[in-house]
Design a protein around this ligand. Sequence first.
Ligand code: NAD
Length: 257
Amino acid sequence: MRLQNKVALITGAGGGIGKETALLFAAEGASVVCVDYNAGPNEEVAAAINAAGGKAIAVKADVSKAADCEAMVKAAEDTYGKLNIIFNNAGISHADDDDAITTSEEVWDLTFQINVKGVFLGCKYGIPALRRAGGGSIINTASFVAILGAATPQLAYTASKGAVLSMSRELSAIHAREGIRVNALCPGPLYTELLMKYLNTEEKRQRRLVHIPMGRFGQAKEIAYAALYLASEESSFVTGSEFLVDGGITAAYTTPL
Ligand code: NAD
């Protein structure tokens, strides 16, 4: 098993990428701290892991709140004695996020509170725990839009993911000598709740698919496997990367015609 004796904290574990990653990490031997502000689905994920013979606890926390982030890390150490892996994955894409003229300050601030401050707080309270464990791996979910921008305006989201990418790069340099690796995981468009609530007609979906060389949306599980690699010792020389798992969309846009 690839994560034997490891303790992993995953935010946004109640759905999408976080849920698939929690199930996969547990199947690979990790004890998993499932974190989400949506308690019900998160508890179901932890229960499914335990029912399958794995180890998990569910912690209700809003990653934009410092006290919640401190408590989730404490829960990991109190329950399992240490923390080795942090997957700062929780994020939102607001329905009213648009271009610079239309996007409200409220939407901008909320997006940054969760997508950027949430990652910062996960690192603020998580890094001391990784130090206590003698090192570890941090994976921050950015997006392909951090590199490309998005053709459909979602300015706050795009800017927030740019911040996650640059924050991850800087953290990787700061903590490399402590044995703490930090990578930004950059998914392409996925078939999850977050995106499909906007691409809610076949016409809209097809319009987006035109731009993806593979001609399909990614599955949350395909991102979970990338997170597994970044979490495990197999990626021991990988830090500061923008780990693109995007069906080729970034290559298609950055390759000159
Ligand atoms: P999702 O909406 O399916 O799941 C996100 C989870 O995060 C939910 O369970 C939600 O309750 C939780 N969450 C949201 N805000 C939270 C908060 N403040 N505190 C705690 N939990 C919170 O989304 P997903 O597609 O699995 O997205 C996961 C990550 O991947 C996000 O950071 C998203 O921006 C990123 N991403 C998604 C796509 C995509 O196409 N779906 C592409 C690139 C990047």
